[in-house]
Structures are given as structure tokens and as C-alpha cells.
Design a protein around this ligand. Structure first.
Ligand code: ADP
Ligand code: MG
Length: 277
């Protein structure tokens, strides 16, 4: 395996000088890898993605991408971070007054000041890649939620990121529309796109992720291949920590239908992976 593509080392992040919500987070990602970020609500999953893309300033730590340290300190260098990471949120927030094509083409045209014809050709290709070749001229209100989210993914790809960050991109969709968005993500994975995916679609994470990182209270408490993290009991120390934390924070992030749970996190994860879950 070659050079680590993305290296996050000792990342600590707080909101407005309060207590750290990410505490000494480290994660190495190889090119083409898909990492699933899982963990209870409030554990810091979104904060990792927001920090990588430059929406939050780390208090400590370094991020190295393709051998270069990403500098989050200045406005100019933040632009650099935003060139290299693209993020897609639960809420797709398309421009309602623009066609799908224009939504995808607008940033490269305005921000990158690239020639409109070139950008539009790329935007068409991207919309085809997310299965929306027929919808280039549709406006958001003529598209389903799943289709709009796929436009949002195409829009993120239009900036040619090195790494795509997906934050619960299916969480706001009606159940019957989730599959088409997951298909799009599967296709990106097959094309070798490096991705960090926050999702409560555990079966999907298990399928597409090469590794998962389990966060709890701002710490990565476990990293490994999905089968290991989901199926196998963790070290006694981790189980103990997990149980203690679990008592204080009994909710697993499962997209709104949260229940109190008394079982260990490992069995929780397993339960969520079973077909009946
Ligand atoms: P997750 O995505 O895993 O649900 P987040 O990264 O959104 O968790 O949140 C991690 C922690 O940071 C939580 O304790 C949350 O309350 C806190 N937090 C998130 N956003 C803000 C904010 N804008 N201001 C202050 N605290 C925040
Ligand atoms: Mg979140």
C-alpha cells in the first residue's frame, strides 16, 4: 500500500472555545478507501467532516492530504481545503431557480471562473454519472428528493474533490428514495472515489466501507473492517469504556427512531445489521 492519502493526526475541535467536541482524533485513509463514520448522535461525526472542509477551525492537530499539510489558519488556505474536500449534507439545498445543470455548473463557473461550455459539458457528464442524464433541464421542484440529492452529489463532484464527505445524505429521504442515492454512492466507490461517509444505513456501510471508525463523545473508540467492528467483541477495556459511556449516552444515532438500549454497543451494531432490524 502506498503513501497514506489522508492523514488526520491529533485533531481537537471545540465550538466557540467550549470543551472539545473532538478529542485527539487520528485516522489514516488510503486512496480509494471508503470510511464509514458511525457512533451515537452528538459523538462528533459531522464535526469531523465540517472541520476537514474548513467550516470549523481545529484547535489542535494536523490534516495531511496527498503529502501536503492542509492549512486551516488563513482564508486563502481555507480555499485550498475547500478545493480538496467536498461535502454533501442531509439537506441538499439546491438553488430552486436554477436547472439541475446550472446547479452543478455554477460553482466551477463563478468560483473557478472556468469557461461555461467546458463546465457545462462536465456537468452533463456528472449528471449522467448520477443517473440523471434525462433531468439536466429540470428544476429542483420537478425532481424527487432522491434525484435532488443526486444533483447535490454531482454538484460536489463538479469541484473535482480529492475526497468526498457525505453526511447522512439519505437521512431526510423517504424510504423508497434511499436506494437510488445509495446506488450512486456505490458507483462512486467502484470508480475509486475516496469517501468518508456518515450514515445510519448500517447494512450499506458494511457493504461499501473498507473500514469503519466508531466515535463516542468525540473520541474514535474503535477502527477496523466492518465485519470486525460490527461482529466481534471488542477488547475488555473498550467494552468497559463502551458500557460506561453507553450508560451516560444511551442513544445510538439511528435516524430519529431512537430507543433506550441496555446492551453493549457491539451487540447494538450487530442488531442493527440483522435483516430484521
Ligand atoms: P454527530 O454528527 O455525531 O451527531 P456533531 O459533530 O454534530 O455530532 O456534534 C458533536 C458535538 O458538538 C455535540 O455535543 C454537539 O452538541 C456539539 N455541537 C455541534 N454543533 C455545534 C455548534 N454549532 N455549536 C456548539 N456545539 C455544537
Ligand atoms: Mg451529524
Amino acid at each position: 500500500m502506498g503513501l497514506t492519502f489522508l492523514s488526520i493526526q491529533g485533531l481537537s475541535v471545540s465550538y466557540g472555545g467550549k470543551a472539545d467536541v473532538l478529542r485527539d482524533v487520528s485516522l489514516d485513509v488510503q486512496r480509494g478507501e471508503v470510511i464509514g463514520l458511525i457512533g451515537p448522535s452528538g459523538s462528533g461525526k459531522s464535526t469531523i467532516l465540517r472541520t476537514l472542509v474548513g467550516l470549523l477551525k481545529p484547535r489542535a492537530g494536523t490534516v495531511t492530504l496527498d503529502g501536503q499539510v492542509v492549512d486551516y489558519t488563513s482564508r486563502a488556505s481555507l480555499r485550498g481545503a475547500r478545493d480538496r474536500f467536498a461535502i454533501v449534507f442531509q439537506q441538499y439545498n439546491l438553488f430552486q431557480n436554477m436547472t439541475a445543470l446550472r446547479n452543478v455548473a455554477i460553482a466551477p463557473t463563478l468560483v473557478k471562473k472556468r469557461a461555461k461550455a467546458d463546465v457545462e459539458a462536465e456537468a452533463r457528464a456528472l449528471l449522467a454519472r448520477v443517473g440523471l442524464a434525462e433531468k439536466v433541464n429540470a428544476y429542483p421542484d420537478e425532481l424527487s428528493g432522491g434525484q435532488q440529492q443526486r444533483v447535490a452529489i454531482a454538484r460536489a463532484l463538479a469541484l473535482k474533490p480529492d475526497i468526498l464527505l457525505l453526511d447522512e445524505v439519505t437521512a431526510a429521504l423517504d424510504p423508497e428514495l434511499v436506494g437510488e442515492v445509495l446506488d450512486t454512492i456505490r458507483a462512486l466507490q467502484r470508480d475509486g472515489m475516496t469517501m468518508l461517509i456518515v450514515s445510519h444505513e448500517m447494512a450499506f456501510i458494511r457493504e461499501v466501507a473498507s473500514r469503519v471508525a466508531f466515535l463516542d463523545q468525540g473520541l474514535i473508540v474503535e477502527t477496523g473492517p466492518p465485519a470486525e467492528v460490527f461482529d466481534q467483541p471488542r477488547s475488555p477495556a473498550q467494552q468497559k469504556t463502551g458500557r460506561n459511556r453507553h450508560d451516560r449516552s444511551p442513544r445510538l444515532d439511528d435516524g430519529g427512531c431512537r430507543r433506550r438500549r441496555s446492551r453493549s454497543r457491539a451487540s447494538d451494531a450487530k442488531r442493527r445489521l440483522s435483516p430484521s432490524a
